[in-house]
Design a protein around this ligand. Sequence first.
Ligand code: NDP
Ligand code: HSE
Length: 443
Amino acid sequence: MQQVNLGMIGGGTVGSGVFHALQRNGHLLASRLGLQVKMRKVAVKAFDEPRPYPIPHSCLTTDWTGVVNDPEVQIVLELAGGTTVARTMVLAALKLGKPVITANKALLSAHGEELFAAARQYQTNLYYEASVAGGIPIIKALREGFVGNEITQLYGIVNGTCNYILTRMKLEGAEFADVLKEAQSLGYAEAEPSLDIDGYDSVHKIGILASLAHGFWVKPDQIYVEGIRAITRADIQFADQFGYTVKLLGIIKKVALSPETGPITTNGSRIQVSVYPTLISKTHVLASVNHVYNAVFVRGDVVGDTLFYGRGAGKDATASAVLSDIADAGLDLKFGTRCRVPPFVHHESNGSVLPIDETITRYYVRLTVVDRPGVLAKISTIFGEANISISSVIQPEGHEGASVPLILMTHEAPNAAMTRALARINLLEVNKGSPVMIRVEHF
Ligand code: NDP
Ligand code: HSE
């Protein structure tokens, strides 16, 4: 049987998971692919570091260049993380014409265009199934399964840490800061949690999916992002009364160009690409995706609605995605079809990302106002003048003259109109706290 030799950089959570999964299921790959997969060398930083799964010392080295340059190594796995040395590692392997497998969404988000161009230039391939949503095969689905579809909408819960925190807030009526502290002590959230809870990890992942789905490279600074720090127990409970649940969603929407929905100024696709906390109907299937689980809902113009669900992180789930890339890279080498499925195809020359101000959604708004005659009238006048139609209102009963929450749901309106209306409300003398606004999606 033909053999393919791997060289892996990184033997931490994902790397040791891959090593273990190959020991466990290498025989399955062999019988399914007709290919023996052999791990030849693993580069790490510290030789004696304890590893989630053991890797024999005979395999280990602290010299990653020796792994990349070893003439016996045919496929290089970059599972080290980071965006600086990792970029050098990946480029070094591609320049030798060796296919590279990475799980590194931060690297792809920052340098994807350059790395994909290098893969093309050196006639090899870059595989990245594990970079988005861990064990869920969403990259393969978009690149291959849906190759004949226009992707009109994609909604993803792609950060397990945020989903875990929001789930606990919903189920236990807990406050954000308390759940975050506990998640950190349990090891679900990092000591420095900003990448997750401020939405940047989701931006990396949703940017990769948007680029794949729409054929032009979406840069991270083009993606509007709001994290979950500002979500309170009160908002989750009020949302529940209106029939909604709060999820941090990565959203990719193809915007129809019509006089009603926006300016017809460009010929190419205009895509909304954003990450923000979102109210979705409690009856929608994504509302039941709880704890650390991820899910991606994809609507294609031919296939209709599809849903992918699973673990978005962890040593075993992520290793499963890396094994799928090993199988693809191995088969490509076996049959001499190095770019059977190119990593990224730039096929939309006029595509652009819609500025957040031009996006249109419905809104949940929570104000803190003085409870006295005429307040609701003032607020509804401001919304009316912004051409925003209110669809529903709740005000819990309080003492006349005291500050009370006033919660409004609106019909669809442009983001810019909502921002202007809230700025005006904020200046009212009867307004007693910063207005809270959460977007609402129906899909
Ligand atoms: P870890 O920190 O657990 O592991 C990183 C590994 O890389 C360690 O073994 C480390 O060595 C090694 N390493 C770092 N720098 C070097 C270097 N210069 N030379 C040689 N080895 C080096 O990270 P993870 O396994 O969690 O993550 C790896 C990648 O996978 C990241 O890009 C991450 O974003 C991505 N990912 C992670 C997921 C997860 O669940 N953890 C899920 C999906 C993607 P040593 O062990 O000696 O310190
Ligand atoms: N930190 C990510 C999460 C996992 O919480 O989902 C790695 O992609």
